[in-house]
Design a binder for this molecule. Structure first.
Ligand code: SF4
Ligand code: SF4
Length: 192
């Protein structure tokens, strides 16, 4: 398993999807082998539920202040937007695992060519998203939001990402204990 995880950095992938497929398959194997262990860990389950709640809270603020709508106009109607091809590399093995622990489906095929693997025609299709994808504030949104809303959303995202970091650290620390080795690769984006 150690060799398999370290192997994601070989940097000789023929297609952008190949690295992602390696991450999916490593996450799947870790999930199958250690799912029951993590399900028994009450601290981890509590952390996951706080994280899920934090995502829902950030999403509801984004709905309310219409940042989703603005990003939709920017991306789909004006064909600009942030979710560019290659950004799927920000999805780490750890975040794939967290989506699995939360029972959230992850797309296995690219829907929109030339864009991020995970984007659909109406936006991102992933529940637990990479750090970079939640710190996306651009000038356009800065000018759209009122200062109080900007502060509220920034605080909600900071809380969400702190919990994501804690959940990733929890998984890494426990897998290192179970596998008996350091596995920093679980968190690294790994651009090919
Ligand atoms: S964050 Fe800004 S640049 Fe990115 S899609 Fe939204 S409006 Fe467009
Ligand atoms: S928000 Fe989703 S679709 Fe956009 S870059 Fe991040 S993972 Fe890809």
């Amino acid at each position: 398993m150690r060799r398999m995880i370290a192997g994601i950095f070989r940097r000789e992938y023929r297609t952008p999807e190949e690295l992602l497929e390696r991450k999916f398959s490593i996450a799947e194997e870790l999930y199958e082998n250690y799912k029951e262990y993590f399900e028994r860990e009450e601290d981890f389950q509590r952390l996951l539920s706080y994280y899920e709640e934090a995502i829902n809270q950030s999403n509801s603020i984004m709905e309310e202040i219409e940042s989703f709508r603005e990003c939709y106009i920017c991306s789909v109607e004006e064909r600009k937007g942030c979710c560019k091809a290659g950004l799927e590399n920000e999805m780490s093995i750890n975040i794939i695992l967290i989506n699995k622990f939360l029972n959230k489906a992850i797309p296995k095929e690219r829907e929109v060519s030339g864009r991020c693997f995970f984007v659909g025609h109406r936006g991102c299709k992933v529940f637990a998203r990479p750090y970079l994808c939640r710190e996306f504030f651009c000038r356009r949104l800065l000018e759209k939001f009122q200062e109080k809303d900007y502060i509220r959303l920034t605080q909600a995202i900071a809380h969400e990402l702190t919990l994501l970091y804690q959940a990733c650290e929890y998984i890494k620390r426990n897998l290192e204990y179970l596998l008996g080795e350091f596995i920093i690769e679980l968190d690294i984006a790994g651009y090919s």
